[in-house]
Design a protein around this ligand. Sequence first.
Ligand code: HEM
Length: 137
Amino acid sequence: MQDDGQVPVYGVGDASFQAAGGEAGIRRLVDDFYDAMERLPVAATVRAMHPADLTSARDKLARFLCGWMNGPKRYQEKYGPISIPSAHAHLVIDTAARDAWLACMVEALDRQPYPDDFKRYLFRQLSIPAERVRNRP
Ligand code: HEM
């Protein structure tokens, strides 16, 4: 419940951004996401696609998700326009890589203080761009 007694409908206005804990909450999600990528054996191939230093990747994904959840457009402010499929076109992303990326997200979501229905909602929504960046069978 929100303070005004209304049940938030994720995806409407900035309800998702708020449910994720705003920018600070999204930064925690992304930190846990990349920590999972460093730890999970299934994610080793996806980890290897990234530079050794994940500082910039963390910053970019956190800023992107901020706007993606209808919060402030932090990615564009710093880095300019982006198309998620084009930003990944140079990478080889097959079904296994997509699923490994999503597995890191499941680990990260598990660690957040979000309501369970929001975790499930966010996972379903993130599965859409994850499928769109896949460029191999
Ligand atoms: C599904 C499999 C995915 C793989 C294997 C993958 C992998 C990568 C890699 C290797 C980078 C480059 C990082 C760097 O050079 O610092 C990257 C960048 C990025 N990824 Fe993904 N990614 C995936 C899905 C997604 C999804 C679903 C989103 C958004 C919801 C996303 C958002 C981004 C953003 C915003 C960047 C920064 C792009 C840039 O500024 O050039 N990625 N990704």
